[in-house]
Write a protein that binds this ligand. Structure first.
Ligand SMILES: Cc1cc2nc3c(=O)[nH]c(=O)nc-3n(C[C@H](O)[C@H](O)[C@H](O)COP(=O)(O)OP(=O)(O)OC[C@H]3O[C@@H](n4cnc5c(N)ncnc54)[C@H](O)[C@@H]3O)c2cc1C
Length: 439
């Protein structure tokens, strides 16, 4: 396995071969979301000459920034939070030189505000793996006892059929910790969300200790962290990136992909020895590969970007309970609100959603008397198919990266990564796909 890169897990001392040398192998990557970019970076890092084609006018897919004319500033399509324990994502950013573009409170710190009773608290796990914090009332959820937290261990041995709601009884721990964390990470309500999948999230975060839970988010924007540095890094390794090139069909012959056919009819041959990574959303992969079974249930995410300048507070974000708004991020030019598992809200008019959520933001950020009177200009972004639904039923049908075609691998947050549809899952999937050819 080739693990070219700067960081610990990827370090191998491998020098990048000169592009065009006699050893050059070629790979086609279809889709320039994070899964495709991750596959391209992993392959190029192992000396493959990569051709990346993207249907849209820009890279990043569901994780991108753009200039919003109405607001007069750049915004992200949605707030994205990483944790320090997201090892594949961190390695990808270290490889592409973008690790320093992440910022955050520098320690595990999650401020909460309960809209039903105005209660505030800060969840603050200690850095090491021994969870002293659960015995410290000022670091844990109010209304819980240290021993309540042992119930979380049930998630590590959850049956594949169990939901999040099956695992922990209703009470403060469930409502104030399990629900907000599981909804944010699975993008699925706890009554439907896979307990096993949430267990994997906990295993890689809280169970590792606070050091793995340090929140991280882009200092400037998603594209400036996850996309632009990767494209520059790929360009430096001779990768060819084509935008506006939608792959409409795959030609197969002798158990392999023989060519990619673009929507404009151009045929891109995949010569023997050339690899193809298909890193498109699940429904498009199913169209391109008849017979491929893919997840077909999705959940929405709602984001509202209020054009207002507010001091960021200790973490730069705050979690809300008891209202519509769930996570409020204070950014340099906007205050951005996320509501996950939001399919139920997709038909509600944008101005009605903003009118309900703005007062919640004012209370959480204590803006009354300052900004609270008039609602600033706002952009409401409804991502209807933000991620696959992280249910036991969908989990059963997520395909692995290997396919029946010798030179074709799948990547995407919907493949069987063992994680929900997240940045970490997408980036890991790209690495897994690349590893199939780099072994
Ligand atoms: C609003 C929102 C908030 C989120 N918040 C978080 C968060 O806080 N933390 C987190 O970890 N994750 C979060 N996620 C999830 C994360 O963004 C996704 O898991 C990740 O971006 C998926 O990457 P991907 O490459 O698998 O898919 P995509 O981003 O969908 O990429 C697929 C790419 O393929 C291209 N494509 C499609 N068809 C073709 C074709 N025929 N030919 C060529 N190209 C094609 C598309 O244009 C796209 O660029 C959020 C997602 C959304 C939408």
């Amino acid at each position: 396995m080739c693990h070219a890169g700067k960081s610990s897990g990827l370090r191998s001392g491998i020098a990048f071969p000169e592009a065009g040398g006699p050893e050059e192998r070629r790979a086609h990557v279809v889709g320039a979301g994070l899964a495709g970019l991750s596959a391209a970076v992993a392959l190029a890092g192992c000396g493959w000459r990569v051709a990346l084609c993207e249907a849209g006018p820009a890279a990043g897919g569901r994780c991108r920034s753009y200039f919003d004319r109405a607001l007069g500033c750049r915004i992200d399509n949605g707030n994205h939070l990483l944790l320090a324990g997201n090892s594949a994502a961190i390695e990808y950013l270290e490889t592409t030189g973008a690790r320093a573009t992440l910022t955050g409170p520098g320690r595990a710190l999650f401020p909460f505000f309960d809209l039903t009773n105005d209660e505030r608290w800060v969840l603050a796990p200690n850095p090491g793996p021994l969870p002293f914090w659960i015995f410290c009332p000022s670091r844990r959820v109010p209304g819980t006892r240290g021993r309540d937290y042992w119930a979380l261990r049930r998630f590590f041995r959850a049956s594949p059929e169990a939901t999040v709601a099956d695992m922990v009884p209703d009470g403060p721990l469930y409502r104030r910790l399990v629900v907000p964390l599981s909804v944010a990470s699975l993008n699925t309500r706890p009554e439907q969300g896979s307990a096993r999948l949430f267990g994997r999230v906990l295993e890689e975060s809280l169970a590792q200790g606070g050091a793995a839970c340090v929140p991280l988010y882009p200092r400037t924007g998603l594209s400036e962290t996850f996309v632009d540095p990767a494209l520059a890094w790929l360009a430096g390794r001779g990768a060819e990136v084509r935008f506006g090139r939608r792959i409409a069909a795959l030609e197969t012959a002798d158990g392999r992909i023989a060519a990619l056919v673009a929507a404009d009819g151009e045929r891109i041959a995949a010569q023997p020895g050339e690899a193809v990574v298909l890193a498109v959303p699940a429904p498009i992969a199913a169209d391109l590969l008849p017979g491929l079974v893919v997840p077909d249930a999705f959940e929405a995410i709602l984001n509202l970007h209020f054009r207002v300048h507010v001091a960021p507070g200790p973490a730069g974000f705050i979690a809300l309970l008891g209202g519509l708004a769930e996570w409020v991020f204070v950014k340099p030019e906007v205050v951005s609100v996320t509501v996950s598992a939001a399919t139920r809200l997709m038909e509600r008019p944008a101005d009605a959603l903003a009118a309900e959520i703005w007062p919640e933001v004012c209370r959480a950020l204590d803006l009354s008397g300052v900004q609270g009177e008039a609602m600033p200009s706002v952009r409401v972004v409804k991502e209807r198919r933000a991620t696959i639904a992280a249910t036991p039923a969908e989990e059963r049908i997520r395909p692995g990266a290997r396919t029946a075609f010798a030179n074709l691998a799948l990547a995407g947050d919907w493949t069987a990564t063992g994680l929900p549809g997240t940045i970490e899952g997408a980036i890991r999937s790209g690495r897994i796909a690349a590893d199939i050819f780099s072994r």
